[in-house]
Design a protein around this ligand. Sequence first.
Ligand code: NAP
Ligand code: G4F
Length: 326
Amino acid sequence: MTKRALITGITGQDGSYLAEFLLDAGYEVIGMVRRSSTVTFERIAHLQDRIATVHGDLLDQASLIELLRTYEPDEVYNLAAQSFVQTSFGQPVLTGDVTALGVTRILDAIRIVNPAIRFYQASSSEMFGKVVEVPQSETTPFYPRSPYGVAKVYGHWITVNYRESYDLFACSGILFNHESPRRGLEFVTRKISNAVAKIKLGRAEELRLGNLDAKRDWGFAGDYVRAMWKMLQQDSPDDYVVSTGETHSVREFCEVAFGHVGLDWEQYVVVDEAFFRPAEVDLLVGDSSKALTELDWSPEVDFEQLVTMMVDADMDLLSGRLDAIG
Ligand code: NAP
Ligand code: G4F
């Protein structure tokens, strides 16, 4: 029997990689998209004839119930969110409504329509925030440092609560930062790779960044969607940290990215207060040994490969060698 998956957030970075992965695994893929005045399908344009896109919104409970009734998915991957930390400081209520309460809306829709549906929640290492131990694992207490982080803590615990209250097969994947050539341009990695390509091609002269000392455990999004799927194939639902176990600063990311095209980052990067946050997450590094042992998951792309992949892709895109990041 062909399995059917519903992905919320299919137009995002992870949604596009997960859709590719599930299609290759023989799934029928339904992607939930929200109404917008322009088309936001750039990342899934190459999949359009293989997936069905249907309208719904995490802010609208009835639309979620209707989608589950109509399409009867076996698995739901909840990737939709207001996912940019900086924006969450300016739009804290919207972030809470989508990124926190949105999880309850979809969990409750599952409880009402079909409690046998398996559910994946996109939780985040941002929940660890001002970390209380290094490295961070499934047992590390949360200390979020942004409205986004606070919203994700709510999403995590409501997932656990619905699992325990209603016996739902609901998993929370605590994923550390994962990047790719499809990453949104506002996130620091893609901001750097894109600026490196522009500077190299003579289309920009400098790159303005915030805190260069922040350290992140950066992996490749294509590796991380495998872990999401594996969680839903287990005998029982659980929560897992997904990470590389290595941490690097924004400064190191700049060094490798500029160095890859023969440039010295210090000549181009300008520190700009506008990109500092009211409260910062200084250091993230994950311990994903549970995912290795129980899911047989480990990352395949390392830090250097990730940075150079992103710079190469932006060089191709900006020199017209690619029409889109597909
Ligand atoms: P992303 O590129 O920002 O994609 C977010 C997706 O959510 C987009 O498809 C967006 O649709 C959709 N969305 C936003 N508001 C919505 C709403 N009200 N109703 C329905 N859809 C809505 O994020 P990502 O990097 O792929 O991340 C996927 C998920 O993993 C997010 O929940 C994120 O918070 C979480 N996460 C990400 C990372 C990471 O490092 N990437 C790490 C840990 C957790 P539009 O295209 O219409 O805007
Ligand atoms: O790339 P970022 O914006 O990602 P951040 O805040 O770590 O959040 C991402 O990862 C989370 C997982 O931990 C996800 F849940 C979340 O959805 C998102 O995908 O910033 C990374 C670091 C921060 O410390 C930031 O202060 O880079 C620092 N930074 C320095 N200059 C900058 C900049 N970040 C951005 N976006 N832009 C800058 O100019």
